[in-house]
Design a protein around this ligand. Structure first.
Ligand SMILES: [Cu+2]
Length: 332
């Protein structure tokens, strides 16, 4: 009975052009979604807008979202349209038409997906190299540098020269050395705004990863390796520094906060620390500034501590809980 009714109903009105209908619905949805992604969502995407790297990553994520949304909406539109229009009606026991391949669909599928994949590969390569780049560390000899990087022996505020900052990971703290400030070392990170920064990332013991999230910098910190990464902070404010490589039991506690400050604030911060470290002998006691360090070779403090039994196999650069260092995560 159903078999005799279905053809009659279909013959009563001409079949609508489903492809045009689906494409029209999809086009409207895709344009709305892409406009929303680009103009509304983009400024809120991670990692924010604090540096040139961060902005570059935000743009890259936006481009991928703008590309992905029409693909996703294409699937959803077809799915929804099929559910509404081609679902089995009550009493319909007829089989669907036997379909064997569709040359047009196959050609379109291969062309569109190839274009998307190849253009993404070209875009990704360009974005990795030409603008601020990934900032993910390029080893000791970067094959590219962002424009504006001029590294000199000294750094003064107001100059456009690059500030060199060495980020040293160890279980389970970050410390920073500033070769342009006499090799001074700090436990916190302050950076001047609008100044190109050249990070040299290394480790004293195991594998860590230096991740200044809001700056869009994430570079491997490996013992014996000098990993160079560039960034230019563009907004004042606080950022988080985390270790991003499982490095031991207190890996989760290996984070602190840094600040982007004005150039003159940075200068006075650096000068006061440098003066203090000169006066109290810290500067003289530190090993000379180098691109990598071997904690077993620390000639002065390290050996003195080792004699007292304070330095562990992890090669502590700083005294452990025995000396009552506040906040030292070695001591639970
Ligand atoms: Cu770590």
């Amino acid at each position: 009975m159903a078999e005799s009714q279905a053809p009659t109903a279909a013959a009563g009105k001409a079949e609508p052009n489903h492809a045009v209908r689906i494409a029209s619905i999809w086009l409207v949805l895709a344009i709305v979604a892409d406009l929303l992604i680009y103009f509304v969502w983009q400024p809120h995407l991670p990692p924010g807008r604090m540096s040139d790297n961060a902005r570059g990553q935000q743009f890259d994520i936006t481009v991928m979202a703008v590309l992905c949304a029409p693909v996703l909406l294409g699937v959803w539109t077809y799915f929804g349209y099929a559910l509404v229009n081609w679902r089995r009606r009550a009493g319909d026991t007829e089989d669907g038409p036997p379909i064997e391949g569709n040359g047009k669909v196959q050609a379109a599928w291969i062309t569109v997906t190839s274009l998307i994949v190849l253009s993404l590969a070209a875009f990704g390569t360009y974005e990795l190299i030409v603008p601020a780049g990934a900032g993910g560390g390029e080893g000791p000899v970067p094959i590219w540098k962002p424009s504006g990087v001029v590294t000199t022996a000294a750094w003064t505020p107001g100059s456009t020269h690059t500030l060199v900052v060495q980020a040293i990971g160890q279980q389970w703290n970050w410390t920073y050395r500033f070769p342009q400030f006499g090799g001074m070392e700090t436990t916190g990170l302050e950076l001047p705004i609008n100044t190109p920064v050249e990070f040299h990332v290394t480790s004293l013991d195991v594998i860590h990863s230096f991740w200044a999230y809001q700056l869009g910098v994430k570079a491997d910190a490996n013992p014996g390796v000098d990993n160079v990464a560039f960034v230019k902070p563009l907004q004042l404010g606080q950022f988080v520094v985390r270790c991003n490589e499982l490095c031991g039991i207190w890996h989760g506690a290996m984070f602190d906060y840094g600040n982007v400050v004005t150039a003159s604030q940075f200068q006075s911060w650096a000068t006061s620390i440098q003066t203090k470290e000169r006066a109290n002998g810290t500067l003289a006691a530190l090993p000379p500034y180098a691109t990598t360090y071997d904690p077993t070779e620390i000639s002065q403090l390290g050996q003195a501590w080792a004699k007292l039994g304070i330095v562990g196999a992890g090669g502590y650069y700083y005294p452990g809980p025995q000396t009552g260092t506040p906040g030292d995560p070695v001591s639970p």
